[in-house]
Design a protein around this ligand. Structure first.
Ligand SMILES: C[S@@+](CC[C@H](N)C(=O)[O-])C[C@H]1O[C@@H](n2cnc3c(N)ncnc32)[C@H](O)[C@@H]1O
Length: 170
């Protein structure tokens, strides 16, 4: 009983921390993945990051469809375990899931960065990306724009579609 209670507290804590830190878990629509990766122009061998990767869906897609070195960072323990279980069915050295705070990862090698964070947290992330990313790195923000940056493209084919923003580091 004690262990069960302890496990529930850990799970609730980690989900709460994720919600406060960057965003709670709300997955991107599967049907939006082609739109995301059309903007990403990801190539085989490039380094792709999903900052806050949830259940790992976007990272797996990047790895499978584009043979990219695909890295997912996740701070919520239950979601990280889901990613690790999914990884068991996709054994591949270019598929990496880290139980890690996204603000603590060095992103200087990244070719493409993807994230789905809540609007008021993107300011802090923007400063990190400006410091660390190499020129030419493509940055994809799902749903929310990064205030202070001008997007190179905004994908929203229909008024009801979710906006997807592309930025390129200069
Ligand atoms: C809105 S969800 C997006 C999930 C996935 N990227 C997608 O597009 O389907 C945001 C994710 O970020 C994770 N998260 C929140 N703060 C984080 C942090 N500081 N470091 C790593 N992951 C974080 C949450 O646990 C959640 O899974």
């Amino acid at each position: 009983m004690f262990y069960l209670l302890f496990a529930i507290i850990i799970v609730l804590l980690s989900v709460t921390i994720a919600g406060v830190s960057f965003a709670p878990w709300v997955p991107a629509w599967k049907s939006d993945l082609p739109r995301i990766f059309k903007l990403a122009e990801l190539k085989p061998g490039q380094i792709f990051y999903d900052l806050g990767c949830g259940n790992g869906k976007v990272v797996l897609y990047a790895n499978k469809q584009f043979q990219a070195k695909s890295i997912g960072l996740e701070i919520s323990l239950p979601l990280y375990f889901v990613c690790k279980v999914r990884q068991l069915f996709n054994l591949n050295k270019n598929l990496i899931f880290k139980y890690k705070n996204l603000y603590r990862e060095d992103l200087k090698q990244a070719d493409v960065i993807y994230f789905f964070g809540i609007a008021n947290k993107l300011d802090k992330l923007r400063a990190k990306l400006e410091r660390e990313l190499k020129p030419g790195c493509r940055i994809i923000s799902y749903v929310f724009p990064v205030i202070g940056w001008i997007p190179v493209a905004v994908d929203k084919p229909n008024p009801k579609d979710i906006s997807i923003y592309l930025y390129i580091k200069n």
